[in-house]
Design a protein. Structure first.
Length: 300
């Protein structure tokens, strides 16, 4: 599995690169803002971007800000022209759907992906929250699709009352079996067995619990990735999945078990992937047992 770091922070990118495990970087406007705020004007933004591109040999995603096809394509071309010659590794991030309110066009993102992929500019389709969006993006020619696992987990927990604010930090992992059981618990609470037939088709609240509006039977971010991977594999699309909005090392592991091609991971979660208290304990024991004769052989 390729590992990207999900940050625009140069120190984090350089550190992750020095570990020898880094295959790419993803940024978005919020991550750029965070990096610029913490760099406190040390460097101009274009120099900052150039340095990211020079630090990593793999793909670096830079996101557009407009919401209409022509303007997104124009921004993408500008970014690509200004930065791709640095290290030939710019990928343009386009939201799968730029609509922000009812009545907005839902297909501007897909149209921009189509145009850009036809001109040979690689696209990472972002803000993917359901498998059908990934299918659309793949059809339009996206090189990558980025499902947002953590944000879907947040949304599902919130919907079923598992979100308890600060007592339950984002890194806490809820497997889909648990969220499904909680959903079933709500359903049992709302309808008796006898009522089931009558009520289930009339009671919108109960129907919502079955369908969850837009989630269509998915119970976690991992479910989302699993579903879209099946779909893309079924039709042999070359579009690669970048598991994004990762909150925990367990999500990374489960993505790897599913054969997801890439995960873009916050710096702290990459660090967490390496830590186990039994490894540290084992190190201490080995360290204490080194006898001087052995050490002198090693020191040559
Ligand atoms: C993906 O490329 C995004 O930059 C990112 O993963 C979003 O993560 P968040 O939900 O933690 O903001």
């Amino acid at each position: 599995m390729d590992i990207f770091v999900d940050t625009a922070d140069l120190d984090e990118i350089k550190e992750a690169e020095s570990w020898g495990i880094l295959d790419g970087v993803t940024t978005n406007p919020s991550l750029i803002k965070k990096a610029v705020d913490s760099a406190q004007g040390d460097m101009s933004l274009d120099k900052h971007i150039v340095e990211i591109l020079e630090t990593v040999d793999g793909p670096v995603s830079l996101e557009v800000t407009e919401i209409k096809q022509e303007k997104m394509v124009k921004e993408a071309e500008t970014l690509y022209e200004q930065f791709n010659h640095i290290n030939e590794n710019v990928v343009i991030k386009i939201p799968v759907n730029t609509a922000m309110k009812e009545g907005d066009d839902n297909f501007e993102g897909v149209k921009a992906i189509k145009t850009l992929s036809e001109t040979g500019i690689p696209v990472n389709c972002t803000l993917v929250m359901k498998p059908n969006q990934a299918l659309m993006a793949a059809k339009a020619g996206a090189e990558y699709v980025s499902p947002f696992l953590g944000r879907i987990d947040d949304h599902i927990r919130n919907r079923i009352g598992l979100d308890r604010g600060e007592d339950y930090p984002k890194g806490i992992y809820y497997p889909s079996e648990l969220t499904e059981r909680v959903r079933d618990f709500h359903i049992r609470d709302k309808i008796s067995k006898e009522e089931l037939d009558d009520v289930v088709y009339q009671n919108q609240e109960v129907m919502d619990l079955f369908d969850w509006g837009n989630d269509h039977g998915l119970f976690s971010g991992i479910d989302l990735v699993w579903s879209m991977k099946n779909i893309l594999d079924n039709y042999s699309y070359e579009t690669k999945i970048i598991a994004a909005s990762i909150r925990s090392a367990r999500q990374v592991r489960q993505c790897a078990e599913l054969g997801v091609e890439i995960a873009t991971i916050p710096f702290s979660v990459i660090e967490d992937m390496m830590v186990h208290h039994k490894t540290s304990e084992g190190m201490k024991a080995f360290d204490q047992d080194v006898i001087p004769e052995y050490k002198s052989i090693l020191d040559g």
